[in-house]
Design a protein around this ligand. Structure first.
Ligand code: NPG
Length: 369
């Protein structure tokens, strides 16, 4: 495949409602999209980096610079035998996994469109619908949280994930459990907001019969996660700490987690995400698909990933309407708490050009030389 052009496009997408986590409040998404034009056709990828380096070290402006200065020139310089070879081509660049993932996804989309194969089939997907959960931000008050959760339960979401932080944990959990009863699948995500001085507080989460507690401690701190795993009944799940298949295997072998959240952007792309899935499955650890407030482009790829056999827990694969009033692709709409896995070639979706142009804030085209 000869790559003729790499387009970097930024779009501004207002969020339906502010999304508050322990690392800050998002009110809009400033998203970088990558389009490749090749001799076999074009493809799209979405970069999940946030506007600011608050979830991980990557951020959207930095991702764009790395793509412009380092990654795009490498793929424009000479033909690639396949998208699978991109990782080798750019291996001199350390980290920047979200930027790499976006470019690799665009190359995969182009290649699979040309081969008339869906991403789900290519990755080894085994189901045509996936169970959907929803991530619920920190609310202004407990009654408002309960109302928001009620809306999602009525929409059919099969699992609720509450964002927690010290001071917003036991009370909202107790209220949601009391309101919706023992059958509601419920889990929490701390985005690294706790330290080991909070062990006693975290142990209280056991009484709420949670599916899991996600990433209570810092990204590098596997040891505290191991200690917590020994101390509580609630399964410990890692997100930020898992940046590759090797780091997933390491965390599991050390006893730091018994569940893994897989986000393709965090691990450098869908190919590595599938390898994370494989290693977790081999070690008997269930996985689920995380989300980063993607538009329909990233959502399509996430749903394809979630169709792999080891994704036995509902993912943060919510419908487009959870975050956006209008999506840049045909919207993903929940049916009985599930999303259909796109069956068309590549991502199986494409941006609606008129709306895409409306939300575009900048665009640059990179070519060889
Ligand atoms: O459904 O897309 C979604 C959002 C799920 O809560 C969610 N994502 O820490 O997992 C997370 C959180 C997040 C959002 C992280 C945006 C980084 C950016």
């Amino acid at each position: 495949m000869k790559i003729e052009m790499v387009e970097l496009r930024r779009i501004a997408m207002p969020l339906r409602r502010p999304f508050r986590t322990s690392f800050g409040t998002q009110t809009r998404r400033d998203i970088l999209l990558v389009r490749v034009v090749t001799d076999i056709g074009e493809g799209w990828g979405e970069c999940v980096a946030l506007a600011d380096p608050v979830y991980s070290s990557e951020y959207v402006e930095g991702a764009q610079q790395v793509l412009r200065e380092y990654l795009a020139p490498q793929v424009l310089a000479a033909p690639l035998a396949s998208a699978r070879r991109m990782a080798d081509r750019v291996s001199a660049v350390i980290g920047h996994r979200m930027a790499k993932a976006a470019l690799e996804t665009a190359l995969l989309d182009a290649e699979l469109r040309a081969a008339s194969m869906s991403l789900a089939t290519y990755l080894g997907g085994v189901r045509d619908r996936v169970d959907c959960g929803v991530s619920v931000g920190i609310a202004p008050s407990v009654p408002e949280l309960v109302d928001e959760v009620r809306g999602y339960v009525e929409e059919g979401y099969r699992r609720i994930k509450l964002k927690v932080e010290p001071g917003w944990d036991v009370e909202p959990l107790a209220a949601v459990r009391a309101e919706f009863g023992p059958d509601l699948l419920l889990q929490v995500d701390a985005n690294t907001a706790y330290t080991t001085t909070d062990l006693r507080r975290l142990a209280r989460f056991d009484e709420f019969d949670l599916l899991l507690i996600e990433q209570p401690f810092a990204e590098e701190d596997l040891e505290s996660h191991r200690v917590l795993s020994r101390a509580i009944r609630t399964p410990v799940c890692l997100d930020e700490s898992v940046v590759s298949a090797a780091s997933a295997a390491d965390a599991i072998r050390r006893g730091a987690c018994s569940v893994v959240n897989i986000k393709a952007g965090r691990v450098g792309g869908y190919l590595e995400a599938a390898r994370v899935h494989d290693v977790c499955t081999a070690l008997g650890v269930p996985v689920w698909c995380g989300g980063m407030l993607e538009t329909g482009l990233g959502r399509a790829a996430n749903v394809a990933l979630a169709s792999l056999p080891g994704f036995t827990l509902p993912g943060d694969t919510s419908g487009s309407g959870r975050f956006y009033v209008e999506d840049i692709t045909e919207p993903f709409v929940l049916e009985d708490g599930q999303l259909a896995v796109p069956q068309g070639p590549g991502l199986g979706v494409a941006p609606r050009t008129d709306f895409l142009d409306e939300v575009t804030t900048s665009r640059e085209e990179l070519t060889a030389g």
